[in-house]
Write a protein that binds this ligand. Structure first.
Ligand code: ADP
Length: 184
């Protein structure tokens, strides 16, 4: 069975960077909902225009919109054959439920990249992406605690959770992640 994984962790924890490296090494498809939404914004689609307002404020795009995008992507042949690593999804209990409906037992591993609020705030202030204003950062971290942190117990209850220390150099963190993935 192709490998199915999700990567959890606060904004600025390094998820995107590590997810790209994991996809490269293990041959799974990296699916970043943030990147998909930014492409939709760049293309100026109707969905992109609606999403941009929410993204700039640090708010979440509604579950039904994001679930639709992910469902469509997961059904494509490259994902079915090669497996997947979802980055930035699921982010709410409603998305987690939807994901189980889409992939069921194909979801084998939830990696939680653990980095404190203080450290991720500093990192985001330094990287200066368009939606990295102090207000938007604060809002996203607040939503993370309220909506996404509960998914850690969800993943633990499914028996798929592994917590990885996200502090330190990129290569060190990648080595820690690789040990966990190699084990399954
Ligand atoms: P970050 O993790 O720093 O918020 P992302 O690139 O993952 O960066 O997401 C950027 C924005 O896109 C989010 O603030 C949110 O508005 C939207 N977004 C991305 N993924 C989701 C999702 N799964 N559910 C709802 N909104 C999302």
């Amino acid at each position: 069975m192709a490998l199915g994984m999700i990567i959890l962790g606060r904004q600025g924890s390094g998820k995107g960077t590590q997810a790209a490296r994991i996809a490269h090494r293990y041959g799974v498809v990296h699916i970043s909902t943030g990147d998909m939404l930014r492409s939709a914004v760049a293309e100026g689609t109707e969905m992109g225009l609606e999403a941009k307002v929410l993204m700039d404020a640090g708010d979440l795009v509604p579950d039904d919109v994001i679930n639709g995008i992910v469902d469509e992507r997961l059904a494509k042949a490259d994902v079915v054959d090669g497996g997947f690593l979802l980055d930035g999804y699921p982010r709410t209990p409603g998305q987690a439920d939807a994901l189980v409906g889409f992939v069921g037992e194909r979801l084998q591993l939830a990696l939680n990249l653990d980095v404190s609020v203080d450290v991720v705030t500093e990192r985001m202030m330094a990287r200066g992406r368009e939606d990295d204003s102090p207000e938007s950062i604060a809002r996203r971290l607040q939503l993370y605690e309220a909506e996404t942190a509960p998914l850690l117990s969800w993943a633990e209850d499914r028996g798929i959770l592994t917590v990885i220390d996200g502090l330190g150099g990129e290569n060190d963190v990648f080595a820690r992640l690789s040990v966990v993935i190699d084990a399954i």
